[in-house]
Design a protein around this ligand. Structure first.
Ligand SMILES: C[S@@+](CC[C@H](N)C(=O)[O-])C[C@H]1O[C@@H](n2cnc3c(N)ncnc32)[C@H](O)[C@@H]1O
Length: 286
């Protein structure tokens, strides 16, 4: 039996004014646009936070977040629940084919001896993209008997989702479509068969480092310049001007001649950005 006070929280309704306040704040903080049709989605996602905080109304929640003692930690939780983290291993596989067939053969060993090949999975969600990049490079190294040293950085705004990337534990059904030989090499089965989970092997995990990074922050804490940046299926949540700004800022960290990937429904068409198109969604820094 649910405590009646708690069940009220379950039913908390968000007024249009409350939606406007929260969505304006979310847009300013994250770039994620929330048109009025998203009110039900925002209401239901934030109801979890109200329940957790034992707060009864969205009015109280707003006072809590924006009040004098501004709940900074809550802002992070709010961002965690509003970000959409859909991802997959080998999502949009042409990009990984392009990496193996067109980019890696051109990486000369001198580059690799001087310094590692650096790749940034920007908006990495729970890590599947970064680990797919690592698998692709490892497979290339094995097939071509080449010695390419590489490092991958995965960044995301959501702390919850980054923790999943760090843990590198995935449900078995999330890897069911990956060929068996790849699964055997790069995924360890849980010792407890009831768990139906797999974990990325340590050799791959140590190739990736993770960091919380908000594209809206005026200065990133990213020191290196990158040979390749994946920023896929992130920009769709932003308006056009924000998309252009985000790409321009990412390109400050992309080496001249470096490669840039967007998601399949994204494009740079009509934007003033310093990359040229090689193929749809695959670009090269000028
Ligand atoms: C749909 S996932 C895409 C994951 C992966 N790149 C892929 O294509 O499968 C989008 C990710 O972008 C992150 N994101 C949204 N707004 C962001 C921001 N302002 N700064 C950094 N990451 C953000 C979300 O938290 C989410 O994990």
């Amino acid at each position: 039996m649910i405590d009646p006070a708690i069940s009220d929280i379950y039913k908390a309704r968000m007024s249009e004014k409350e939606f406007e306040k929260l969505s304006t704040f979310i847009y300013r903080e994250t770039g994620i646009k929330m048109p009025p049709v998203k009110i039900t989605m925002l209401q239901s996602r934030l109801q979890k936070r109200l329940r957790h905080l034992k707060i009864r109304t969205f009015g109280e929640y707003i006072d809590y977040v924006f009040g004098e003692n501004g709940a900074d930690a809550e802002i992070i939780h709010m961002i965690d629940v509003v970000s959409t983290n859909k991802t997959d291993f080998f999502r949009e596989p042409v990009h990984f084919e392009f990496l193996a067939e067109n980019i890696l053969p051109g990486i000369n060993l001198k580059t690799s001896a001087d310094r590692p090949l650096r790749i940034w999975s920007a908006g990495c969600s729970s890590g599947e993209e970064a680990y797919t990049i690592a698998i692709t490079i490892n497979e290339y190294i094995e097939e071509h008997k080449e010695d390419i040293d590489y490092r991958i950085l995965g960044t995301d705004i959501s702390t919850d989702i980054l923790q999943k990337a760090v843990n590198a534990v995935y449900r078995e059904d999330r890897v069911a479509n990956i060929p068996m030989n790849i699964r055997r090499k790069y995924f360890l089965k849980s010792k407890d068969p009831k768990k139906k989970a797999v974990r990325i092997v340590p050799g791959l995990r140590q190739k990736v480092s993770w960091k919380r990074l908000n594209f809206m922050d005026p200065g990133y804490d990213v020191k290196e310049s990158y040979d390749i940046i994946f920023c896929r299926n992130v920009l769709i949540y932003f308006d056009r001007q924000t998309q252009e700004d985000v790409i321009n800022k990412l390109c400050l960290h992309l080496k001249p001649g470096g490669y840039f990937f967007l998601g399949h429904s994204e494009s740079i068409m009509g934007m003033n950005v310093p990359v040229r198109t090689l193929k749809p969604t695959i670009y090269r820094r000028m």
